[in-house]
Design a protein around this ligand. Structure first.
Ligand SMILES: Nc1ncnc2c1ncn2[C@@H]1O[C@H](COP(=O)(O)OP(=O)(O)OP(=O)(O)O)[C@@H](O)[C@H]1O
Length: 888
């Protein structure tokens, strides 16, 4: 057993000390496989700190290169030597209350596990040696271990393979939830735990290494110590720190490793997380400013404090001497030289004992009391200055708060107004298109008869969305019913409400495709799912129960009348039939009837009631509404589309029209009420969140003043935490719905980057969530826009990224460098794994980069309250719609 001298141990007392990472390189000897392939080594350690590549091979295109790090170990060096010079000092900081980490980094089969196993063994021996020699202190050792395999975290001390969640704790930083921590009894116990973890770790055979580690392994030993007897000195007597032994999985050229199936997938995950580690190190090496993407992988997230924060860090980079691995070795050395520039700031983690704490507080109290009783001029001046400063801060905060409230109110009222205006506008435009289309087509196409009543409107259209035509009464027919025969003189206005299917098929298609977009955009248009459901709606033989299914409980006309039609006829006119007596009574019961007009059959209604033809005219006062929570939750088929399907194309829809009697409150007006209710509901929601947040921060503030901060949490009142949990849950649901609804990737990116968990975002989250629920259940997903967007992103990739950047991306996303359609392969991967938040964030950041969205926070959040998907546009502006336009 070696004895460590006191002077050997680095003592860092007091505040944080900035220092660079300790970086060394270890070159392993050629292994038997390499020797069998007649490989040779061109690496030479020319000094303790410099390694050089001489390139004596046939290919002289690669120039010799020199790399300098803190320490270089040639193939003749033992692991003990490596430990003594490259790790020991850092590792043993832990017994002095300073966190530390030792990494092994390098390509697969370069000797990481070989080196780390030795270093862990030596460290354990030295730590126990130190403990034995310091009897005046009492030590408690705790051990935990994880592996990160395919981006899932697993407890190596357990035999189950349940993935563990990584979470950010406000006090402890990034933590792994439910991770086991064993209290170590003695050195032998620790060794047993280490071998258990080793056996648990994922190992697999690859072409380059029979026993390749397929996961990143992090072993953590926490050492708490305190003096056995209180010394009486006014100093910290308890220390607590952790040392991490990190054996990373090895990077691999997938082509070299000849991986497939599971190994290939593992390789992709390994490369991706190592690339993130490389990026983090590169950014840190340039200074601490700017965004460091720790959250891009679980590895960097968990190691965040070791890479930047309160820890001393040593990195041992291992390389293979073989000529065939030259490229990977050079990458490793590049990583090493960058890591040398990274600075961490370690400090002693001292824990005050209760006795010390009481003494400290008593002293402080006495000092404050003295100051209060005998205020010196200096102290009173500083008090008044502090008060003034505080007042100024409060005033500033009040001002900011007012501005924020104003902004929020403005956004909400805009949401309210624009929902109406946008809808009015768009439906009018669309209606114009439909009118033209309708006017240009022959009216001898079949037309649908829609006879409906105010009482059944709510059920027929689910009370959600409707357009408000004016009702005109005309031609009372002798027999008591009215028809609109072919070529009859229908006023142009009434024609606009009829839809023809004959001729102008191309225009029709275009119109319908735009129309489909329009319908997706606002939830105001009802649709019918299929021809069969239309028939059901029109079929006079339906029973009352059938109609009740559609909510038409009072549809007496349907059941009472019998209708004779010529089924072979292909020409149908649309008329509106309303019982005359019901109109007189101020109420109408009715249904839609299809009438064939080639040979207009006599229509006989059993009840002999008289009916009138109602010509529909277009109303410009189209109104929009939004589905309320009532509709979502309580309705028996809450999001079932209603409306009229076109027989020639059942997938397409036409708007349903509502008959309105003068001076009668229309369903549209009801819908305006529901918009208001909805907006009010959202406002209330936002306000509740806002109040909770405010009261929470006030309570915490008061708690701080009175030393009761903990009590707020103890009783479980942590609204911020609740909100964040709620936010994450809702965000996950939205992400999945985006995927299901084929929502624009750019829209997703904007939304994700803008709404990051601020309580004021709740209103937008709620709107987005409801909108997507509606889209999902109502519309068959259209891939077309998404496909075009992907093509656009492919083009952007060519434009915005250099070849090197693209190659890095392919590597990161596991795409073969020389495979066909690499860009499209990559774009197709974006946003594909909805459950993996790291993947989602990476996708968003790449899309943002491709569309030049450098500062997403500058985008207006309010825009998400207004419109989410492409607006209805004419054909000429279509390409725009598939691009950035869709995020408006
Ligand atoms: N310095 C060394 N001296 C002798 N043998 C070594 C040395 N380094 C590594 N080896 C041997 O090389 C082989 C590969 O080493 P090891 O498994 O540690 O590589 P690795 O980098 O951890 O690989 P992977 O990333 O695939 O897990 C092992 O058989 C190991 O014994």
């Amino acid at each position: 057993m070696r004895v460590i001298g006191e002077d050997e141990i680095v003592s860092i007392e007091g505040g944080g000390k900035e220092e660079k990472m300790l970086v060394s390189v270890r070159l392993r000897p050629l292994n038997s496989m390499e020797i069998a392939r007649n490989e040779f080594s061109d690496w030479e350690c020319i000094s303790n700190t410099t390694i050089i590549y001489r390139n004596s091979g046939a290919d002289r295109s690669v120039m010799p290169s020199t790399y300098t790090v803190d320490r270089v170990f040639g193939c003749e060096c033992t692991t003990m030597q490596v430990y003594e010079e490259a790790a020991k000092e850092v590792v043993l900081s832990v017994v002095h209350g300073v966190n530390s980490s030792v990494f092994a980094y390098g390509q697969t089969s370069s000797g990481k596990t070989y080196t780390m196993n030795g270093i862990t063994e030596c460290s354990v021996a030295d730590i126990y040696d130190y403990i034995e020699r310091h009897e005046e202190r009492e030590f408690v050792l705790k051990f935990s271990a994880i592996e990160i395999y395919n981006e899932t975290v697993r407890d190596l001390l357990g035999t189950d393979i349940i993935p563990l969640r990584v979470r950010d704790d406000p006090e402890r930083g990034t933590i792994v939830e439910k991770l086991r921590e064993e209290t170590v009894r003695d050195e032998d116990h620790l060794k047993t735990l280490l071998s258990f973890c080793q056996a648990q770790r994922k190992i697999g055979e690859t072409c380059l290494n029979e026993m390749s580690s397929r996961s990143h392994q992090i072993l953590r030993l926490t050492i708490e110590s305190c003096v056995r007897r209180f010394s009486g000195k006014d100093s910290f007597s308890s220390l607590s720190a952790s040392v991490n032994f990190i054996d990373l999985a090895g990077s691999e050229r997938l082509s070299h490793a000849l991986s497939d199936g599971t190994r290939l997938k593992e390789g992709c995950h390994i490369n991706r997380s190592l690339l993130t580690l490389g990026t983090v190190i590169r950014k840190l090496s340039k200074g601490r400013n700017g965004h460091i993407p720790y959250r891009d992988s679980k590895l960097t997230r968990i190691l965040q404090s070791s890479l930047r924060g309160n820890a001393r860090t040593a990195i041992i980079c291992t390389i293979s001497p073989a000529q065939s691995h030259i490229e990977q070795s050079k990458n490793t050395l590049l990583f090493a030289t960058r890591a040398r520039e990274v600075v961490t700031s370690a400090h002693v983690n001292a824990v005050m004992s209760d006795k010390d704490l009481v003494k400290y507080l008593q002293k402080k109290l006495a000092k404050l009391e003295t100051e209060l009783r005998h205020p010196t001029s200096a102290s009173s001046t500083s008090h008044s200055e502090a008060l003034q400063e505080r007042d100024a801060r409060i005033r500033k905060m009040e001002k900011e708060m007012k501005e924020l409230i104003q902004q929020r109110d403005l956004a909400q009222s805009r949401l309210e107004d624009l929902l109406r205006v946008v809808w009015d506008d768009q439906v009018s435009r669309d209606w114009d298109e439909l009118s033209q289309l309708s006017a240009s087509s022959e009216l001898n196409a079949y037309e649908d008869v829609l006879l409906t009543s105010d009482t059944s409107l709510d059920s027929l259209f689910r009370g959600d969305k409707c357009i408000e035509p004016q009702l005109q009464l005309s031609n009372t027919q002798k027999e008591g019913y009215a028809t609109l025969p072919r070529n009859s003189s229908v006023s142009p206005m009434s024609k606009t409400s009829l839809v023809s299917h004959q001729g102008t098929e191309g225009a029709e298609q275009d119109s319908y495709s735009d129309f489909e977009d329009l319908c997706k955009e606002v939830q105001c248009i009802e649709m019918e799912e299929s021809k069969t459901s239309v028939k059901k709606e029109f079929d006079p033989s339906l029973t009352n129960n059938d109609h009740q299914e559609h909510g038409s409980k009072d549809s007496k006309l349907n059941t009472d009348m019998s209708l004779t039609t010529n089924d072979n006829s292909n020409a149908v006119s649309t008329i509106l039939l309303v019982k005359e007596e019901e109109i007189k009574n101020g109420r109408t019961n009715g249904t839609a009837i299809r009438i064939y007009t080639d040979e207009l059959p006599p229509l006989t209604f059993e009840d002999g009631a008289s009916y009138r033809t109602l010509a529909l005219s277009k109303s410009r006062s189209c109104r929009a509404t939004v589905m309320t929570s009532h509709h979502l939750k309580d309705s028996p088929s809450p999001r079932r589309p209603q409306g009229i399907a076109l027989e020639s194309n059942p997938g397409q829809i036409v708007p349903a029209y509502v008959l309105k009697k003068p001076n009668e409150k229309s369903v549209s007006e009801d819908n305006i009420t529901s918009i208001c209710e909805f907006v009010t509901e959202l406002k209330e929601l936002a306000q509740t969140h806002y109040q909770i947040e405010t009261s929470c921060s006030q309570e915490l503030e008061q708690g701080k003043d009175f030393g009761i901060v903990r009590s707020v949490k103890d009783v479980g009142l942590d609204p911020m935490t609740n909100w964040l949990m709620e936010f994450e849950k809702r965000q996950q649901e939205i992400i999945e719905l985006w995927h299901a609804c084929n929502v624009s990737l750019i829209h997703r990116t904007y939304f994700l980057l803008l709404f990051k968990g601020d309580p004021a975002d709740s209103v937008y989250m709620e709107v987005e969530h409801r909108r997507l629920l509606f889209l999902k259940d109502t519309f068959s997903s259209s891939m077309r826009n998404l496909r075009r967007e992907r093509e656009m992103l492919c083009r952007q990739m060519q434009k915005m990224l250099s070849t090197i950047e693209r190659d890095r991306l392919y590597l990161k996303w596991g795409i073969e460098l020389y495979s066909k359609k690499r860009r499209m392969q990559l774009v197709k991967l974006l946003w594909s794994e909805t459950k993996d938040m790291e993947h989602v964030r990476e996708s968003a950041s790449l899309v943002a980069k491709l569309i030049g969205l450098l500062q997403p926070e500058h985008a207006l959040k309010e825009m998400f309250g207004l419109c989410f998907t492409p607006q209805l546009m004419n054909k000429r502006s279509y390409s725009c719609r598939n691009g950035l336009y869709s995020i408006k």
